[in-house]
Unconditional design. Structure first.
Length: 138
């Protein structure tokens, strides 16, 4: 397996099946060029298209410093339970350490056992239940 940082919209588009919605060129370009935004793609031997990805965003606060927010992790169904998710999370965590982040965090539904297992296998610790409050600006 190889993990590479996404560097072009074409690379992101090649991972389109892994995302929740269709990749929009202008959004992908904005993500790739925005400071503090990171996207890594995983490739299995013999595959041309990515089989997984992880995205993260550096969050900075005046009294806390910088931490890495693990925004999303996805691995294609046939490639799950092979350590790809763990490796992707590990790569993002390593980047966070390189950048001087004091930690990394992710929000995950308490019933999402697959995601919880991947995060825990990568060294994450549960903080209990969490409520997420959202605003839709549509």
């Amino acid at each position: 397996m190889e993990i590479r940082r996404a560097g072009s919209v074409c690379e992101v588009a090649a991972a389109g099946d892994l995302f929740d919605h269709a990749v929009r060129t202008e959004w992908a370009e904005r993500f790739l060029t925005a400071a503090g935004h990171h996207l890594f793609l995983a490739y299995e031997d013999g595959t041309d298209a990515p089989v997984g990805f992880v995205s993260g965003v550096e969050t900075i606060h005046p009294d806390k410093g910088t931490e890495m927010f693990l925004y999303e992790l996805a691995v294609a169904e046939p490639y799950r339970r092979r350590g790809i998710g763990r490796a992707l999370v590990g790569r993002l965590a390593a980047l966070g350490r390189e950048l001087g982040c004091y930690g990394m965090w992710v929000l995950v539904d308490t019933g999402n056992d697959v995601a919880l297992a991947a995060y825990r296998s990568a060294g994450g610790k549960g903080e209990g239940t969490c409520s997420v409050v959202t605003w839709d600006f549509d």
